[in-house]
Design a protein around this ligand. Structure first.
Ligand SMILES: C[S@@+](CC[C@H](N)C(=O)[O-])C[C@H]1O[C@@H](n2cnc3c(N)ncnc32)[C@H](O)[C@@H]1O
Length: 272
């Protein structure tokens, strides 16, 4: 087995990429610093705009040769720098989607001189037309009510009703609250539900996912839980310890089951 496979190296991604052979990665799934001034125990999120964009272009150029020709890339960003970074990537790959992650931020307080920002922007890019994409692995089941409403004979036995619908590019998934069972001690940890959807859709079983900026290790956990391999990097030794702890857990906590929407009639009863 390759000595770099299923490892998270506690080192700078730019240096560490040299460990990975070119053309060996099925999916780059990464969540770099957004340059919003956060403290990750390093200065990665506190760079000048010019330095940040230059650094971003450097790691993109170092990472892309690692992808297989039919591989894909997902990158988490916000509106602040997604325009510039999407342009960089569009010069090198084909952009398939801009996915909006609605973090389900409650309507309290917020910006007073602009609109409160409650979403992250995710770019989905591919290398060429025959990229790997398993739609069936990420279809969203219809709820019992919708299925019941489709009892007319034209719907009976309809495959689409059984297999569920194709995910759209707006993903409403709550951010991880302090008390959430998945939550580790990292300020920008992403929900497994989102990362697992990307892994299942865009990395074949037994394939390899690369995350240059592991944070609390969500990408590695998602890969492990879905039967894929992973490799990645994290600069902060405290976060590296969290990753090791999360990976060592016998049962990595599953995303909580989705709450069923309360039907309108019942909702008013609940509120009365
Ligand atoms: C946005 S966070 C990733 C969060 C992660 N997706 C999760 O779910 O926990 C970005 C991470 O990149 C790390 N980082 C910044 N510069 C790095 C570099 N040059 N090499 C490796 N990691 C780096 C930071 O320490 C931070 O933990």
């Amino acid at each position: 087995m390759s000595d770099w496979l299923n490892q998270v190296f506690c080192e700078d991604a730019l240096a560490g990429l040299a460990r990975i052979p070119d053309g060996s990665i099925d999916l780059i799934l990464t969540d770099p610093p957004y340059n919003l001034g956060k403290d990750y125990g390093n200065a990665s999120d506190q760079q000048s705009v010019d330095d940040y964009l230059l650094w971003t272009e450097q790691w993109i150029d170092a990472a892309l040769p690692k992808l297989k020709p039919n591989g894909s890339l997902y990158i988490f960003l916000t509106w602040r720098f997604s325009p510039e970074i999407f342009v960089m990537l569009k010069k090198r790959m084909t952009m398939m989607n801009e996915i909006i992650w609605d973090r389900r931020v409650p309507s309290m307080g917020g910006s007073v001189r602009s609109y409160s920002s409650v979403h992250d922007t995710i770019g989905f890019f591919v290398g060429r037309k025959d990229y790997y994409f398993d739609l069936d692995a990420v279809r969203i089941p219809y709820d019992a009510e919708t299925k019941k409403a489709r009892t007319r004979s034209i719907f009976i036995g309809a495959k689409w009703l059984e297999v569920g619908y194709n995910p759209k590019d707006l993903w409403s998934v709550s951010r991880l609250h302090r008390e959430h069972p998945e939550r580790a001690d990292h300020p920008t940890q992403k929900p497994l539900e989102i990362i697992e959807r990307m892994v299942k859709a865009s990395c074949p079983p037994d394939g390899v996912v690369l995350d240059l900026f592991m944070g609390s290790g969500t990408t590695a956990i998602a890969a492990k839980r879905t039967g894929r391999n992973y490799v990645g990097f994290e600069l902060n030794p405290d976060y590296c310890a969290i990753i090791a702890e999360r990976l060592a857990m016998p049962e990595v906590p599953a995303p909580p089951p989705k709450k069923k929407p309360v039907p309108r009639a019942k909702r008013s009863l609940v509120n009365s």
